[in-house]
Design a protein around this ligand. Structure first.
Ligand SMILES: Nc1ncnc2c1ncn2[C@@H]1O[C@H](COP(=O)(O)OP(=O)(O)OP(=O)(O)O)[C@@H](O)[C@H]1O
Ligand SMILES: [Mg+2]
Length: 290
């Protein structure tokens, strides 16, 4: 059970959290306000960043108390969430993206970081269901049309991604626009430039972790070969397209050797992601390919 002095605190005065039984937890609100930039609801702020060193129960309690407490406008203007990072994992099929996304998600949570994990395509929306039927080869679509559907499937989650980042929640993304472009441009008659158009302006990743593995090695891993696009020749073409996309130095690409063990790769990923989160929190959210 936690108690505080929030009911009678004056602006700038430290808020103190105490556990009724056992150890104590305290956090100086004035130091919090001093390090912040501008207002964003303190609930997300507390849960996401400022109190990340506190036990979850304490951070949640503080967030609820802060949401009920009406901060004067003068002080609100000095508060801001340090934003979360947009972390994208990319690569050809079966390189270990989903495995590493889950490991990363768990590791960040254990370290007290606020984090969400999403996956594209999101097969749970109307557009996503259509994409799913297409990938399962139960439905045929024009190549241009399906490309735009994949992009639309990302756009329909943009506000959710942005909201999370602004609240200080980092978002891990299992495939993003780079897969969309690499896969369509691997088909004949498509240029990279045309393929990029539909995703211009979606939130720009703070880091793109490219899990690099020869398609021949990837296809030997479990589960390869069930859906559309899962054949070696096509995957090799996709791999080439990814390499072309990686020439874009306006993006923070990190190429990682995906042939190493799951644990070794995870260690490399977590260290790169920690650095990214620390750096990105004071930067504005970018727009992709703009
Ligand atoms: N570093 C690794 N070494 C060996 N096997 C791995 C490694 N990483 C993942 N795997 C295995 O490879 C298979 C594919 O992994 P996973 O589903 O994570 O890949 P993916 O890139 O998400 O695939 P897809 O592109 O189909 O979504 C799984 O059986 C997984 O256990
Ligand atoms: Mg996967």
């Amino acid at each position: 059970m936690l108690q505080s002095n929030t009911s009678d605190v004056t602006p700038g005065e430290p808020i103190v959290l105490r556990q009724k039984s056992g150890g104590s937890v305290s956090q100086s609100l004035s130091s919090v306000l001093g390090s912040a930039r501008a207002d964003s609801r303190l609930s997300g702020y507390a849960r996401a960043q400022t109190l990340s060193g506190l036990p979850q129960a304490a951070a949640d309690w503080f967030a609820q108390a802060a949401a009920r407490f009406h901060w004067p406008v003068r002080l609100r203007a000095r508060m801001a969430a340090k934003r979360g990072s947009l972390i994208v994992l990319e690569g050809v099929d079966r390189v270990g993206k989903s495995t590493q996304c889950k490991r990363l998600y768990e590791a960040l949570r254990q370290r007290g970081r606020a984090v969400k994990l999403i996956c594209f395509p999101n097969r749970n929306t109307e557009i996503g269901r259509l994409i799913s039927l297409y990938l399962e080869k139960k439905y045929n679509l024009n190549d241009h049309a399906v490309h735009l559907l994949f992009a639309a499937n990302r756009w329909e989650q943009v506000s959710q991604i942005r909201n999370n980042l602004e609240k200080g929640v980092s978002v891990i993304v299992d495939r993003y626009a780079f897969s969309g472009v690499a896969f369509t441009s691997a088909k004949s008659g498509f240029t990279l430039e045309w393929c990029k158009q539909a995703d211009i302006g979606i939130p720009k990743p703070d880091v793109v972790l490219f899990l690099d593995l020869e398609p021949l090695a990837a296809m030997k891993r479990a589960g390869f070969g069930i859906e559309r696009y899962e054949n070696l020749a096509f995957q090799e073409m996709v791999h080439q397209r990814f390499k072309e996309l990686m020439k874009d130095e306006s993006l923070n690409w990190k190429v990682l050797d995906a042939s190493q063990s799951i644990d070794a790769l995870h260690q490399e990923i977590i260290s790169k992601v920690e650095k990214t989160i620390e750096k990105a929190m004071d930067e504005p959210i970018g727009e992709l390919w703009k």
